[in-house]
Design a protein around this ligand. Structure first.
Ligand SMILES: [Ca+2]
Length: 414
């Protein structure tokens, strides 16, 4: 935790609900580390991945609180509305909330796995969770209004599989499974899940689905009982692009994501000519919605594509102009450029962090302390590091760092 007003950093240990929660120290060691030998220094039980502030300045983590086997209410035979549609046997991470003011924790045992979390703009203040990999095939949420009012973690959670409207009638119907032949009279389940997840202002929820070439995925949960009614759409990344990771969305509902092919990609659904029917099953029905922008840096030897060797992890959209390049400017973590990379008016702006060497951002967020103080009142904050950093300046024993970026009008401005 870091408080930029008081300039204080401290650590908080996240608790588990079940003492039998696995520890990373139980994971097998495939080989000794050249830096740490056979010492297992990463021993977290909670394995927290990503986090999000709420309007009360509390922090919601994707974190493990129990062993992976789900309680009965998640599984087949349960009368939970989501379990009746799509029972889930395992969840590798759940939800933990920390309130810095009261120093209290709350934990929610979710049936669905969590990886990234983000609040929606709806009246229920829904917290959406991505799954990470595609194994679960489900998108999960917490109705935070209900949870805050009742404390009922079972009733307040829900999830749905990803169902495409392949029969094209505008609503969700009986569906065929991914391993079955397509039936023109039915809808179709696809085995995807969100890696990055971002609710849009129109009530839909978007995410990236890992894979080669991978997808942008849209979920429309705006009809009552979304476990039974939510419809999904998938949009395959077009050549020469492939390999999306963490994504974000802008205020116009345009999706932004980094690609392993060395591009920043945008997807704008408003450009699509077809949105449902049998041709959407492959996700190849709207290549016109995509735009690929090559990242800065050299290309990989022999790469016939147009991208660079950059291997960006995450894209974040500055919806509120916290840095000063403008509202809705997308930023990517430049993990090979040791930078943060903005796309401004079609051009890449590469903010290289020269020292300490080895700058390695996993995500950024913005903060405006004084909207009337120009560049001094605002800034972007980036994490630098990994779970056990060793590849940065200083070597073994370094801890992760926070880097603040501000956009001065000229280099000597102060
Ligand atoms: Ca349908």
């Amino acid at each position: 935790m870091f408080d930029p007003v008081k300039n204080v950093a401290y650590e908080v240990k996240l608790p588990v609900r079940d003492p039998k929660t696995p520890s990373e120290s139980e994971a097998p060691m495939f080989a000794a580390s050249p830096y740490f030998g056979d010492e297992k220094i990463w021993d977290a039980q909670t394995s927290p991945h990503s986090l999000y502030f709420d309007e009360k300045a509390r922090i919601w983590f994707a974190a493990r609180i129990r062993p992976a086997a789900n309680p009965d209410f998640c599984k087949a035979g349960s009368d939970h509305p989501s379990a009746k549609v799509f029972p889930l046997a395992n969840s590798g991470r759940q939800i933990t909330m920390y309130d810095p003011k009261t120093q209290q924790f709350k934990m929610i045992s979710t049936c669905f796995p969590t990886h990234h979390v983000q609040f929606g703009f709806d009246a229920n203040n829904t917290l959406w969770a991505s799954a990470g990999g595609t194994q679960s095939g489900a998108a999960g949420w917490i109705n935070m209004k209900m949870y805050e009012e009742t404390g009922d973690e079972v009733k307040s959670q829900g999830w749905t599989p990803f169902i495409l409207d392949t029969n094209g009638n505008g609503k969700r119907d009986e569906y065929t499974e991914p391993n079955q032949p397509l039936d023109p009279n039915k809808d179709r389940r696809v085995n995807v899940a969100f890696y990055g997840v971002s609710p849009a202002r129109d009530g839909t929820v978007w995410g990236s689905a890992l894979g080669f070439p991978g997808y942008a995925v849209r979920l429309d949960p705006t009809k009552p009982n979304p476990s039974e009614t939510a419809l999904a759409e998938i949009y395959e990344v077009p050549a020469p692009g492939y390999g999306p990771r963490g994504m974000d969305i802008d205020t116009q509902n345009v999706v932004w994501m980094p690609l392993s092919s060395g591009h920043m990609a945008s997807f704008d659904r408003r450009k699509c000519k077809v949105l449902n029917g049998p041709t959407i099953a492959t996700g190849r029905h709207c290549s016109e919605g995509w735009t690929l922008y090559p990242f800065p840096g050299p290309k990989l030897t022999g790469d016939a594509g147009s991208g660079s060797a950059e291997a960006s992890y995450y894209t974040w959209v500055d919806q509120h102009d916290t840095l000063g390049l403008g509202k809705d400017v997308p930023f990517a973590t430049g993990n090979q450029n040791q930078s943060i990379i903005a796309l401004k008016d079609g051009k890449m702006v590469n903010f290289v962090v020269p020292y300490p060497m080895g700058f390695f951002a996993k995500l950024v967020d913005g903060r405006i302390d004084d909207a009337n103080a120009g560049w001094k009142g605002r800034g972007m904050w980036a994490s630098s590091g990994n779970r056990t950093p060793f590849h940065g300046e200083g070597g073994k024993g370094q801890t992760p760092k926070l880097v603040k970026l501000q956009l001065r009008p000229d280099p000597l401005a102060h």
